[in-house]
Design a protein around this ligand. Structure first.
Ligand SMILES: NC(=O)c1ccc[n+]([C@@H]2O[C@H](COP(=O)([O-])OP(=O)(O)OC[C@H]3O[C@@H](n4cnc5c(N)ncnc54)[C@H](O)[C@@H]3O)[C@@H](O)[C@H]2O)c1
Ligand SMILES: Nc1nc(=O)c(N)c(NC[C@H](O)[C@H](O)[C@H](O)COP(=O)(O)O)[nH]1
Length: 220
C-alpha cells in the first residue's frame, strides 16, 4: 500500500487553533489540489479527533473526478476511513451518510454497543489492536479489501502514529501565510514525539499556491 499524508498548517506548524476548531488554511487552488489527490486515492483516512472537530465529508467536490473514476471502473468516490479506537464516531457523522463506503477502524477496547450502532449506521468495522488501533494490521486489512493507495488527511495524533510505524510514503504539506500560536494547538505530528530515530524526509517539490507554499516530500 502507498500512503500519502496531506495536511495544511500555519507558518508555525499548527493544523488548527488551541480550540481545535476547523480553520481554512488552504485557499481555493489548494483545496482543488486536495480534491485531485482524493480522486487519485482508493481511500481517505482521518482520526476520530478530526471527525469530532470538523465533521468532514471526505468525498469529491468536482463531479468530473467522479465521472473519471466511473469510466475507469472504480467507485465514484474513494472510501472513507476513520481511526477510532473506542468507536466514538457519532452515528450521525457526515462520513456515515452513505455517499461512499466508510470503514471504521476500532480496537478491541471499543464497547460492543458502539460497534453495533456504527454497523447499523452503515460502517464497515475493522477491529485491529488491543486498546488502540494497530495501523500495521488495520492497513493490511484495508489492502486486502482493495485499498492500494491511501490518503491521510490528519490530524496530528494519527499522522504521528503513522510516522512512528514507518507507514508514510509521501507527505504534502501546504503552509498557509498565517500564525495560530498556542502550545496546545494541534501540530502536524503530535503523539509522544520522537527523541531519536527522527523520520528524515526527501524534499521533492516546492510550489507557490494561493498565498502559501506547498512542500512535497518522499519518505525513504
Ligand atoms: N489543517 C489540516 O490539514 C487538518 C487536517 C485534519 C485535522 N485537522 C485538525 O486537527 C485536529 C484534530 O486532530 P487530533 O490530533 O486531535 O486528532 P486525530 O484526527 O489525529 O485523531 C486522534 C484520535 O485517533 C484515534 N486513534 C486510533 N488509533 C490511533 C493511533 N494508532 N494513533 C493515534 N490516534 C489513534 C484516537 O482515538 C485519537 O484520539 C482538529 O482541530 C482538526 O481541525 C487539521
Ligand atoms: N487541506 C486542508 N486545508 C485546510 O485548510 C484545512 N482546514 C484542512 N482540514 C482537513 C480536515 O480533515 C477537513 O475536515 C477536511 O478537509 C474537510 O473535508 P470535507 O470538505 O468535509 O470533505 N485541510
Amino acid at each position: 500500500m502507498h500512503v500519502v499524508v496531506n495536511a495544511a498548517a500555519s507558518v508555525d506548524g499548527k493544523l488548527s487553533t488551541r480550540r481545535r476548531e476547523q480553520v481554512k488554511i488552504s485557499g481555493a487552488d489548494d483545496f482543488a489540489r486536495v480534491d485531485r489527490v482524493r480522486a487519485d486515492s482508493d481511500a481517505v483516512l482521518v482520526g476520530v479527533g478530526t471527525v469530532l472537530a470538523d465533521d468532514p465529508h471526505l468525498t469529491l467536490d468536482d463531479d468530473n473526478y467522479r465521472d473519471e473514476r466511473r469510466t475507469a471502473g472504480r467507485d465514484p468516490s474513494p472510501a472513507r476511513v476513520v481511526a477510532d479506537s473506542r468507536a466514538r464516531t457519532p452515528s450521525d457523522a457526515r462520513i456515515l451518510d452513505g455517499a461512499a463506503t466508510t470503514y471504521l477502524l476500532a480496537s478491541e477496547a471499543a464497547p460492543d454497543d458502539r460497534i453495533a450502532a456504527l454497523r447499523d449506521a452503515g460502517a464497515e468495522v475493522v477491529v485491529a489492536g488491543r486498546t488502540r488501533v494497530s495501523f500495521p494490521d488495520a492497513l493490511a486489512e484495508l489492502e486486502s479489501r482493495g485499498v492500494d493507495r491511501l490518503m491521510v488527511e490528519g490530524g496530528g495524533e494519527v499522522i504521528f502514529s503513522l510516522f512512528e510505524d514507518g507507514l508514510v510514503d509521501e507527505l504534502t504539506l501546504y503552509v498557509g501565510s498565517v500564525v495560530f500560536g498556542g502550545r496546545d494547538a494541534p501540530t502536524l505530528a503530535d503523539g509522544d514525539g520522537f527523541v531519536e530515530s527522527f523520520p528524515r524526509l526527501e524534499l521533492r517539490e516546492v510550489e507557490r499556491i494561493d498565498d502559501g507554499v506547498l512542500l512535497g516530500y518522499d519518505v525513504p
